[in-house]
Design a binder for this molecule. Sequence first.
Ligand SMILES: *Cc1c(COP(=O)(O)O)cnc(C)c1O
Length: 379
Amino acid sequence: MSESVRRPTFAEIDLDNLAFNLRSVKKFIGDDPMYMAVVKADAYGHGSGRVAKRLEKEGIDWFGVALPEEGVELRRSGIESRILCLGGFWKGQEADLIEKNLTPVIYDEQSAVLLNEAARGRNMRADIHVKIDTGMGRVGVPVEAVGDFAKSLASFSNLRVEGMMTHFASADDPEEDRFTEGQIDAFGEAQKVFAEHGIHPSILDLANSAGAVGHPRARSSMVRLGGVLYGLGDDVLPQNIELPELKPVMSLYSAIHFLKRVPEGSTLGYGRAFRTTRDSIIATIPIGYQDGYMRSLSNKASAIVRGRAVPVVGRVSMDWTLLDVTDVAGVAQGDEVTLIGGRGEVKVTAAGLAALAGTISYEVTCGINRRVSRRYVEA
Ligand SMILES: *Cc1c(COP(=O)(O)O)cnc(C)c1O
């Protein structure tokens, strides 16, 4: 069997749209802050190597990953820009951090001890960014503990506090604006406490996509953008304000593998969850929940065949999905199927699928499995 022939199910990643989104957001926010592209989770499923390469060419200042191992992978694909490991690191990863020039976020003393030791062993100073928990309630130095933490940092002579950051819980929700503003204020207080201890980080960053777009006070010296770069604004940005124009970066395609006519009253797929109400033409397409086309889309989502929206019928199974293509004139085996994409009236967005599945667009694109090949388009 030829290894290079694969089923015709693939995600298309439009790197020009990615670049468009960065420029569009920069125009909206301005050139003042530095821009970090968050490319964790394989760039939200878009492929971190190719995405980071293009963004580096577009002049991005920093990259953000969740895990040091994701940073190592970026270095392996030739990325030379600064990389911040947003989730910190795990014991034993200090050497990788230093050797690969990955900068960790720090929010506990044990990590500071480990990194300080590793840096001292190499006679150098390692840059760190300290994360303050101003209301996300996940990781971060609690605001009450900022003074003690700042004091303890003085004993780590091989660390340099280059940055200080926090993360918003609800920057996308106008009803939570007071909470978000409170987070910004708390961060300002923490910054003062650090200053009283003689710590003056040169990079201060608070804002994710929603914060950067919706809360001008949060822009500070750097913004950390994920979703907007991938064109996923519909369900993660505040919807009560003017927004930058964004273009989707990921489309998802497959092709009709099998077509059949079935009489009215036939049941289709697992659990017989769909029953035809007319003589129908049913297409079987090679994508399923293992690929990230979620089972919760069963009997709910639509796809596009020959420019026409067609419903998913029956349960999405592990490797196959069924479409009712009765109304598609001239439908034929091999016809392209658009699962995410399209234009104008007839389009399917990641946010639209997410709404049907009870989640957000990020989970849709992140969920498109490695089994689905990526095709990159770039002018
Ligand atoms: C994921 C993440 C971001 C990016 O969030 P978006 O909503 O995708 O812009 C920013 N900062 C931190 C700490 C993150 O974990």
